[in-house]
Write a protein that binds this ligand. Structure first.
Ligand code: FAD
Length: 375
């Protein structure tokens, strides 16, 4: 009998789980359910009506060391360059990113460096920042959906959009029914479930999951009449001493990212856009004569805050108290900054356990059910 895999959440984590399920069990039937009508979650591109252009929802960037994420996009990702920083106070571009380690940690963790968990810092140092690899940054050219989501969609047999998981029904620690807002799905004896939603929504279904704290991000997109030229013909620059920490240029779109934007969330979009545009003009050495059309996107729950307390609340593994239900999602990867890399790795981890459970009948070699989380 063909095993069915029900994946709840069609972001990077859920879709990477689909990829590894198919790799481990090519005959498997993979169904992805998402509350939204489209796939991608926090990682997608779309046409923004206000500025009339295709943009990425969040100006994503990857490090060369993000091996699992780069596998999705392919090794030959076009846009890669070394990291340069512009110090607004000194009015100078710096080639060595090390002196801006505070800004780099802020960008990676979306948390001020002084509040970041030591375990997360250790993981960054060991896994993400091997010295020679650090300087390469891949950033999207407003094509996140094409290079990530469409690549992974080939592993999905069926996509059910507009399906919000409300609860699961179980018998003796085995989930036997998924209850969505609009329908209920009965599970077969071999069926496996991967819940790959964000932490907040996972908690709405499983009340024993912890309440975690988030850190917001604001993205601002400017549509210029001609492509902007940044110093040294760079397309991606870190900023020290400004409102935003990163800007990137792709065609006529300039995108700026404000990390850990808690204090900026209540500010008016126009005010924020003007401030960031002024910084961009200073970097380019021109007067801010007029501001182009812009869009401000505020994400109150962009990523988890990477404090020791918050990190400690994250699950130890993908196992749950149900033998056929596994967790995935960037937030489930303890010690990893919430990122595409963490989401992809969590999907791979959940796929491995779900397929062995389907094929061998017992999860991870048959250990007893563990608690949903252990703090
Ligand atoms: C503004 C911003 C900037 C970022 N910048 C970077 C960056 O530069 N580099 C980087 O690596 N990462 C970055 N990230 C983080 C990265 O986007 C995320 O870590 C990653 O996309 C998380 O993927 P995920 O699959 O774990 O979760 P999500 O993408 O959140 O996917 C979860 C899915 O579950 C669905 N869902 C939720 N509840 C239910 C339910 N009850 N029933 C059914 N479906 C449900 C949601 O609709 C969603 O599609 C950024 C994020 C943001 C928001």
């Amino acid at each position: 009998m063909v095993a069915k895999y029900h994946i709840i959440g069609g972001g990077i984590a859920g879709l990477t789980a689909a990829k590894y399920i198919k790799k481990r069990d090519p005959k498997a039937y993979v169904i992805v359910y998402d509350a939204a009508e489209k796939l991608g979650g926090r990682c997608c591109s779309y046409v923004d009506k206000k500025i009339g252009a295709r943009v990425d929802n969040a100006t994503h960037a990857l490090l060369r060391a993000n091996s699992e994420a780069l596998k999705i996009r392919g090794k030959n990702a076009k846009f890669s360059q070394s990291v340069f920083f512009y110090d607004l106070k000194k009015g100078k571009l710096f080639k060595k990113p090390w002196r801006f380690w505070r800004e780099v940690i802020l960008a990676l963790c979306n948390t001020p460096h002084c509040s970041v968990s030591k375990r997360v810092l250790a993981k960054i140092t060991a896994k993400l920042f091997p010295f020679v690899r650090m300087q390469q940054v891949y950033f999207s050219e407003n094509d996140l959906s094409e290079y990530f989501i469409h690549q992974l969609f080939q592993y999905v047999d069926e996509f059910c959009g507009g399906q919000v998981l409300k609860e699961v029904e179980h018998h003796k620690f085995r989930v036997n029914k998924l209850v969505f807002a609009k329908q209920a799905v009965k599970l077969g004896r071999q069926d496996q479930v991967i819940v790959a939603t964000d932490a907040e929504n996972a908690r709405k279904v499983f009340s024993d999951l912890p309440e975690v704290e988030y850190s917001p991000i604001i993205n601002i997109y400017f549509k210029t009449s001609v492509p902007l030229v940044l110093p040294q013909l760079k397309h991606y620059i870190g900023i020290a001493g400004g409102t935003a920490q990163w800007i990137s240029v792709s065609g006529n779109i300039v995108s700026a990212t404000i990390s850990h934007a808690a204090e900026q969330m209540s500010r008016k979009p126009d005010e924020l856009a003007r401030e960031v545009w002024r910084d961009i003009c200073q970097i380019r050495g021109v007067q801010p004569a007029f501001m182009p059309e812009y869009r401000v996107l505020k994400y109150p729950r962009a990523t988890l805050l990477m404090t020791p307390q918050n990190n400690a609340l994250r699950p130890e593994s993908c196992f749950t108290k149900y033998s056929n239900l596994f967790l995935a999602g960037d937030w489930t990867m303890k010690n990893w900054p919430c990122s595409i890399e963490a989401a992809a790795r969590s999907g791979k981890r959940a796929a491995k356990e779900a397929t062995s459970c389907a094929n061998h009948g017992a999860r991870g070699g048959g250990e007893p059910p563990r608690a949903l989380v252990s703090c």
